[in-house]
Design a protein around this ligand. Structure first.
Ligand SMILES: Cc1cc2nc3c(=O)[nH]c(=O)nc-3n(C[C@H](O)[C@H](O)[C@H](O)COP(=O)(O)O)c2cc1C
Length: 376
């Protein structure tokens, strides 16, 4: 089994070790464009020791954003700003991948009455029920993902990650909970995966054969009625066949039922709760990995001492991503690789970071030296 310090090559992408900074919305963009604080933040993350930085989600269309102060990639005018993020990461000798997203029925809305579109009308955010997409709109969004991937490459990123998880639009199609369509985009497992597969095919045509495509998917949903690990495994195989080079296996860690003016909606969260065992998503990632020939990334409380290497030892993944722990201490990857775990400033799992990005810049209760604090 590989060591965390082992390199990994994916097409033209050379990772010097097995630790990954996964996408983390920093809440530092203005009108979709990165600000100075955001560039400084990515510089710090890139110097923290990980072999790869996957940059936070950028919206592929107007109205498709998932949070306020999020990056945008729906126009060629966004390329120059995004290139500055790619440059700052690559200047530290680390490859950079950009995640692209459409929020669909979970798109960010300040006015809950403003329209959202989705696979079906199942509500998954406070506000009006989503409007099911027409076929011509589905085709338009597939083209928007392809255009965003072309821009990602033009901005100098070493790869693109399609956000197919966390109940944003692509996973709304994948999951039977949110996809209640009866046309060729819904129903059977194969039909539910069609939107994701068509996006991957269109992205592949837009970026050519040698460009790495990552896809983020749910390996595990901690609620009944959604995408099962078995469903996800089948989708992953179809996605790999369509051109995905790396599968980023995330999950749904928490759910609750909300109510907006008598309309109840399912609230989902990607992060495992404090009382959940570390490695729960990684076990499911391992099950999906069994059916794949491409590398898999695992995530979910894997910054705890010894945990990241254990994921590799158990063959659950090829790469290990650490999110909140790098917010708490951006140098966590270097310290983990050098087995200096005792020097890591520990994440308290207080969820302050996730609360903060709904209002503005990311904050952290144990790391006061991050942009959200400095620019408060
Ligand atoms: C502040 C914050 C922002 C996040 N933004 C994104 C994002 O843009 N895209 C994404 O796929 N996941 C996002 N995530 C999820 C993380 O990438 C990761 O999957 C999750 O935090 C679980 O890993 P952890 O237990 O190491 O924190 C975000 C998480 C946090 C805490």
């Amino acid at each position: 089994m590989p060591l965390l310090t082992d390199a990994l090559v994916v097409k033209k992408l050379h990772l010097k070790n097995r630790l990954v900074v996964p996408p983390i919305v920093s809440g530092l963009a203005k009108d979709g464009v990165p600000g100075q604080a955001q560039l400084a933040w990515y510089g710090r993350l890139a110097r923290g020791g990980a072999g790869l930085v996957i940059v936070e989600a950028a919206a592929v269309a107007q109205g498709a954003h998932i949070l306020p102060n999020q990056l945008a990639i729906w126009s060629d005018s966004h390329i120059a700003g995004l290139a500055r993020i790619a440059d700052v990461i690559k200047a530290a000798g680390v490859p950079a991948v950009l995640q692209i997203v459409h929020g669909g029925a979970r798109a960010w809305r300040t006015d809950p009455l403003e329209e959202r579109v989705g696979a079906s009308n199942a509500p998954i955010a406070a506000g009006r029920k989503p409007r099911p997409l027409r076929e011509d709109e589905i085709e338009e969004i597939i083209a928007a993902f392809a255009a965003a991937a072309r821009r990602t490459k033009a901005a100098g990123f070493d790869g693109v990650e399609i956000h197919g998880a966390h109940y944003y639009l692509i996973s709304q199609f994948l999951s039977p909970y949110t996809n209640r369509r009866t046309d060729r985009w819904g129903g059977s497992r194969e039909n539910r995966a069609r939107f994701a597969v068509e996006i991957v095919r269109a992205v592949r045509r837009a970026v050519e054969a040698d460009y790495p495509i990552f896809f983020r998917l749910h390996a595990l949903e901690r609620f009944e009625g959604g995408l099962s690990t078995e469903d996800a495994g089948a989708a992953a195989q179809a996605l790999a066949q369509a051109g995905v080079d790396v599968l980023d296996a995330s999950g749904i860690g928490q759910t609750s039922v909300g109510d907006w003016q008598g309309i109840s909606f399912l609230n989902t969260m990607s992060v495992l709760p404090k009382d959940a065992p570390a490695g729960e998503f990684a076990v499911a990632a391992g099950l999906i990995k069994g059916g794949l020939r491409i590398p898999v990334i695992a995530v979910g409380k894997l910054g705890e001492p010894g945990r990241a290497q254990l994921v590799l030892d158990q063959g659950q993944a090829d790469l290990v991503a650490i999110a909140r722990q790098v917010i708490a201490d951006p140098e966590s990857p270097s310290k983990i690789l050098a087995q200096r775990d005792d020097e890591i400033r520990r994440c308290r799992e207080c969820f302050a970071c996730l609360g903060a990005i709904r209002k503005g810049a990311v904050r952290c209760s144990v790391n006061r030296d991050i942009p959200g604090e400095l620019h408060a």
